[in-house]
Ligand binder design. Sequence first.
Ligand code: PGA
Length: 264
Amino acid sequence: MLVVLQRDKEEVSRLAAEIIAGAIRRKPALRLGLATGGTMVGVYRELVRRHREDKLDFSLVVTFNLDEYLGIPATHPQSFHHFMHEHLFSQVNVLQTNIHIPDGTLSGNYDAYCEKYEEAIRDAGGIDLQLLGIGRNGHIGFNEPMSSLGSRTRMKELSAETIEDNRRAFAPGERMPECAITVGIGTILETRRILLLATGASKADAIAKSIEGPVAASVTASALQLHRDVTFIVDQQAGAKLTQKSYYEHVLKMTKALMPERLS
Ligand code: PGA
C-alpha cells in the first residue's frame, strides 16, 4: 500500500486528478470506477479543467459508479446520478452510452439487477482504476460495517451513522433513503488499481483503522489491505491518527525515485 500525505484538500484533489488523467492518457479506453461525495467535488473540478485546458479526452472512457440511493429518481438533486451529471459528465466528452450508475428506482428483483451490473463490469473487461471515498464508519461504496468482505453488487441497508451524515444534504423533513444499491467489497477488490481519498478530521479514525488496523468487516475499507495496488491519498487532518507517518514518507520518497509511474 502506498500512503500519500498531502497538506490539504486541494493537494489531494490535484494529485488524484493527475493520476486519473495519466491513466486516461496511457489507456484512452480506461474502465474507470467512480465515487460521489464531497471529497470528489475537487477531483472532478480538476478533471473538467484538464478536459478544457489540456484536451483530456473522455470519449472512449467507460465509467462505473459505485452506488446509488434506492427510492429516489435520477433527477432528484441528491441522487448520485445528479451529482455525477453536475460535477463531471455534463462538462466532459464522456459518451452517455459509456456511463453506468446503479438504478435507484428499482422496487424489486434487486438480485437480478445487481447480477447484471456485475456482468456489465465483467463484459467491459473489469475496472482498471477505482476511485474511492471513505465514510466516517470506514465504509467504501455503501458497504456498511459488517458487510461481507466477499460481497458483490447488492441492495444494502444504510447504517444510522451514514443516514445521519447524508441527511443534511436533503431538505428538512424530507424522507431520506434508507437503502442503496452498491457494488460489493469483493467487486472492489477485483479492480486493478485503487485510489482512496480522504480529507478532514472526521475521517481520521476511519483512515487509521483502515490502514493500520486489522482487516475486519467492522471497517470495510480495511479489506483494501488485501489489494495489490492501492494508494491512499489523505490530507493532514485525515491522516492525523496514523502512527507510521515517517515510514510512509520514506516509502513515498523511494517510490518517486525508483517507480515514478506508481504516482502518475
Ligand atoms: P464524503 O463521503 O466524501 O461526502 O465525505 C464519503 C463516503 O461516504 O464515501
